[in-house]
Design a binder for this molecule. Structure first.
Ligand SMILES: C[S@@+](CC[C@H](N)C(=O)[O-])C[C@H]1O[C@@H](n2cnc3c(N)ncnc32)[C@H](O)[C@@H]1O
Length: 194
């Protein structure tokens, strides 16, 4: 059984600041943007946005951002912290009708999904991208002894999934600018919808 909206919302109800929340955007956002060619003002989706720090930073940089989360308390928290700079949507990434976006920025959403859903997740992401749209992502290859979510995935396995899901893999490498708490455990990818 996969985690539901209630399951995720319960975490936000029990932990007003869940362990994954960094109080600000991930430094990996700049690292990824530095290697992706995105037009100014491009439409970007952020699935599993949590409290919305990455989405708000992308909006501050001038992108047109739509951010999704399945947990009502996440979307409430994002709105309270960042106001209306982003189009916040309380919706399931697997089921929403949205797009086409020029890019999807994925930070700890893909890797929070049960491994059995990975193919479905890649397909949902592809479906919401415009032709030649970019999937920019960061994931853990090592989460220590923690049992998910997030669910670590080997970098090469991610490359295989991306290539098998209708994307051209443009970049796949270890992250350099991870938050100190995550150093040495994350990798990045940039993939283009074919
Ligand atoms: C590990 S948290 C990461 C949150 C945020 N990206 C961050 O780094 O702070 C994963 C988020 O994905 C959301 N989520 C889980 N399944 C989802 C789905 N099917 N559609 C949209 N959001 C989902 C959860 O509610 C949670 O906020």
């Amino acid at each position: 059984m996969f985690r539901t909206s209630d399951d995720w919302n319960r975490i936000y109800a029990e932990e007003p600041k869940p362990g994954w929340d960094m109080d600000g955007p991930t430094p990996l956002l700049n690292e990824l943007l530095g290697e992706a060619s995105l037009a100014p003002g491009a439409a970007i989706a952020v699935p599993g946005c949590g409290f919305g720090h990455d989405a708000a930073e992308l909006a501050r940089l001038g992108f047109a951002v739509t951010a999704f989360d399945i947990a009502p308390l996440a979307i409430e928290g994002a709105r309270a912290r960042h106001g209306g700079t982003v189009a916040w949507r309380l919706e399931d990434w697997f089921a929403c009708e949205a797009g086409p976006f020029e890019a999807v920025f994925d930070h700890t959403c893909f890797v929070a999904m049960e491994p059995a859903r990975r193919g479905e997740y890649a397909a949902a992401t592809r479906a919401r991208l415009a032709a030649r749209g970019l999937w920019l992502g960061a994931a853990f290859h090592d989460t220590g002894d923690r049992v998910g979510p997030p669910f670590a995935i080997a970098r090469e396995a991610m490359g295989d999934l991306i290539r098998a899901s209708g994307f051209e893999l443009l970049m796949l490498r270890d992250a350099r600018d991870s938050h100190a708490r995550r150093a040495g455990r994350e990798f990045l990818w940039i993939a283009r919808r074919m």
